[in-house]
Design a protein around this ligand. Structure first.
Ligand SMILES: Nc1ncnc2c1ncn2[C@@H]1O[C@H](COP(=O)(O)OP(=O)(O)OP(=O)(O)O)[C@@H](O)[C@H]1O
Ligand SMILES: [Mg+2]
Length: 334
């Protein structure tokens, strides 16, 4: 499956692309063993194509932005090394990566992955608005399950957002672009803009990631997943309309997210509480792992969580121990 220079002598997709004056592929172009069927779209990291293999299998081929690798061979080397590792991480809710490497002719890094015909969660929210509460919780729990596997292997996603959660034809959500943002972060001098796109998508970023994206841990992904949950429940991002500078100011101040129940009152206090923990401004106040998130959400759904003493809302002044707050004495929650 790896594109090779000898596989198709004379069939130089790189030349074709150059003739068109851009590093883009068109219907019928060859890429290794695959034929390009059509573009699927583009994002901050590159362009994605539907590609078909000789055996009829369909794949999504992502050609990564030239910034990745063009500035530094070291970044490219590490990308290729890490891509090999990512190919070994498998989970029902992770988009499978079949191959990744550098195409020598056009000099771009590529990722060949499972084709997800069901569109993205971003598309779904744009089309239908907010989701049923149980559906939203199910998608977050499945994504957290996948994240748990990645985190245990030492990989932080860094760019969790609705556009990176894709659906199979049967509606199974799968997380994609695992670990890729890290390489753009390393490669780009100006982190925020590349080809007019935002990298790492500030609207979903944990405060500490906005301030220093090099020194984050798994809890930054938990924050982003919480923002995705908020968006699924309300149909809006929590800081809709904020500029990057505005988001940064909130991050520096340590401002919590607005209460989800203001826009969606039927969300139970327990679920709202778990969401507020996921998006706690300080990483120490968040659940320490995605599997804790799954556990908390499943308890919250059946009313099995106990909220902190005397509060009917998430408390602002978080106490040191996450578990003592959750499981201490208090009134039962719905
Ligand atoms: N495996 C896939 N199967 C089907 N469509 C895909 C697949 N991967 C990406 N796409 C689609 O290709 C388009 C571009 O995806 P891409 O990941 O490049 O952008 P993004 O997710 O919007 O932003 P980012 O670059 O930050 O990840 C999107 O419409 C996305 O849904
Ligand atoms: Mg993506």
């Amino acid at each position: 499956m790896v594109p090779s220079e000898s596989d198709h002598p004379g069939d130089t997709h790189g030349d074709e692309a150059r003739k068109r004056g851009k590093l883009a592929l068109a219907e019928g172009d060859r890429f290794g063993d695959c034929t390009i069927v059509r573009p699927l779209g583009s994002g901050g990291m590159g362009q994605v194509y539907l590609a078909s293999a000789p055996d009829g299998m369909q794949y999504a081929l992502k050609l990564l932005h030239p910034e990745l690798g063009h500035r530094s061979d070291d970044v490219k080397r590490r990308f290729l090394h890490e891509a090999e590792f990512l190919m070994t991480i498998r989970h029902r809710n992770l988009v499978e990566v079949f191959d990744a490497g550098e195409d020598k002719e056009i000099g771009l890094c590529y990722i060949l992955m499972e084709y997800m015909p069901g569109g993205s969660l971003g598309d779904m929210i744009a089309k239908n608005g907010r989701l049923p509460v149980d559906t939203a919780i199910s998608y977050v729990s499945q994504t957290a399950d996948a994240l748990s596997v990645a985190h245990k292997q030492g990989v932080i996603h860094r760019d969790i957002k609705p556009d990176n959660i894709l659906f199979t034809a049967d509606g199974v959500p799968k997380l994609t672009d695992l670990g890729v943002a890290k390489f753009f972060d390393d490669a780009a001098d100006a982190k925020l803009t590349m080809d007019g796109h935002l990298l790492g998508t500030p609207a979903y970023m944990a405060p500490e990631q906005m301030m220093d994206s090099h020194h984050i841990d798994a809890r930054a992904d938990i924050y982003s997943l919480g923002v995705v949950l908020y968006e699924m429940l309300t149909g809006n991002r929590p800081n809709e309309g904020s500029t990057v500078m505005g988001l940064l100011a909130k991050a520096i101040k340590g401002e919590p997210l607005p209460d989800v129940r203001t826009l969606r009152p039927e969300v139970s206090m327990s679920v709202a509480y778990v969401l507020s923990l996921m998006c706690a401004p300080k990483p120490d106040d968040r659940p320490e792992s995605p599997s804790v998130v799954v556990d908390l959400l499943s308890r919250a759904e059946v009313g099995g969580l106990i909220l902190p003493d005397g509060s009917d809302k998430p408390q602002k002044d978080a106490k040191p121990s996450f578990f003592s707050r959750l499981f201490g004495r208090g009134k039962g929650a719905t």
